[in-house]
Write a protein that binds this ligand. Structure first.
Ligand code: SF4
Ligand code: SF4
Length: 276
């Protein structure tokens, strides 16, 4: 099970952020305006499990949605074809990676893979070591300063276990956030990309949908209207623990060679001692 977030219909209402906080009792944060953007929460963190990015771009809005009449709006171009800037809005979240490095490095078993294929942290087992924080290729999981433990989206493990959809998806008024079986979501997403290309939105593309990518595909994937970097997403994420098995193999070989060398030294020393 997972998420398909279609950013082409996101209106930036932040209902998902609020619903997530309310359902999961996530502490408040981001109530200060930064002076740089309307986006007051700025990024995902221990106390922001859903984050709606507001990206201002100097591209004609008509390029985003051809055929949409924006004439008469403040700043509209004189030819009625739209303005010379657009906002990209996108609700970001933990990707619930198929190969999740956060889970690989957790020494306590606090992070685990659920029966739905999602990745969850158990707050009563996390010891606050923080190994998972640099391991996440998306910079999602984060330590809460007050208690040192790590926090992130649980894909509403308690709700989906009871047959309910996650709180953020339930609250989304435009169905930008869709929850369901990943195969079905991927089919739906491919159709939506086709539809957008058909009406001239050439930049529409999927992100995190491919099971053959560097993290084995994401349990939360996205339809974007520009390059991933524009949204602050890594273009080609790779599971950071990918090389661990070969590293352990090399460490084993090195340890065996060292023990062999020590044994040879002791044997030689023993022979010399016996000859005296
Ligand atoms: S996005 Fe980061 S925190 Fe979420 S499952 Fe993947 S590695 Fe873990
Ligand atoms: S699935 Fe639940 S925990 Fe995750 S972002 Fe949505 S509301 Fe928050």
């Amino acid at each position: 099970m997972g998420f398909f977030t279609d950013t082409s219909v996101c209106i930036g209402c932040k209902a998902c952020e609020v619903a997530c906080k309310e359902w999961n009792s996530v502490p408040e944060d981001g109530l200060e305006f930064t002076g740089m953007s309307y986006d007051n929460t700025q990024q995902l963190g221990a106390d922001t499990w859903r984050h709606v990015a507001f990206i201002e771009q100097s591209k004609p809005i008509g390029q985003a949605e051809p055929g949409t009449d924006h004439g008469g709006s403040p700043g509209a171009a004189s030819d009625g074809g739209g303005t010379d800037m657009r906002w990209l809005m996108a609700s970001d979240v933990c990707k619930h990676c198929t190969h999740a490095a956060c889970l690989d490095v957790c020494p306590t078993g606090s992070l685990f893979r659920t029966e739905f294929g999602t990745v969850v942290v158990q707050e009563d087992i996390c010891n606050g070591c923080g190994y998972c924080v640099p391991a996440c290729p998306y910079g999602v999981i984060d330590q809460r300063k007050e208690d040192g433990r790590v926090w992130k989206c649980t894909l509403c493990y308690d709700r989906i276990g009871g047959g309910l959809e996650p709180a953020c998806a339930k609250a989304c008024p435009t169905d930008s956030i869709q929850y369901g079986p990943l195969d079905e979501l991927r089919e739906r997403a491919a159709l939506r990309v086709e539809q957008l290309h058909g009406i001239g939105v050439e930049d529409a593309r999927l992100y995190g949908h491919d099971p053959d990518d560097g993290v084995g595909g994401d349990g939360a994937f996205f339809l974007l209207l520009d390059e991933p970097e524009v949204y602050g997403l890594p273009p080609d994420p790779v599971v950071t623990t990918r090389d661990m098995p070969s590293m352990w193999r090399h460490a084993g070989v090195a340890a065996a060679a060292m023990l062999g060398g020590l044994a040879a030294v002791f044997a030689a020393h023993g022979r010399e001692g016996g000859a005296r």
